[in-house]
Write a protein that binds this ligand. Sequence first.
Ligand code: SF4
Length: 140
Amino acid sequence: MCCIFDRYDIWETPLFDEDTRNKVLEFNSGAVFAKVGNKYMLNAGELAEGDLFTCPALTENGCILGDSKPFDCRIYPFRVMDKDGQRVIAVSTLCKDVHGQNHDKLRKYLKNGLAEKIFAYADANPDVVKPYYDNYTVIL
Ligand code: SF4
């Protein structure tokens, strides 16, 4: 679910840095990227209702990028978002396993060093900050 997109969640495709983009291209030369700031996003082309777009890094055994996954994938189902001009960390309602957990516990989990890393990465790479979308619940 996290690596396959439809026309409504195509905005959730991750941003790749140059190294990871090149790794994906080595594995799948048909992958198409567009440059966004100093990163690359997947170009899925036009998706009609019901069409699915599979990330070109996905194999039957999972992601070829292993621990080098893009930031967006490493923190999923969390996202760093801009809500009313403020950066927040939110969790996707689509991920029942994580979203279904006690949100105070999730907040505590994030405050244990992870939130600091996420916000620091977002400061250095503002392109990863998505506009707030109400399919997400703000945790921090
Ligand atoms: S880069 Fe890997 S983890 Fe991220 S969407 Fe693609 S296959 Fe999934």
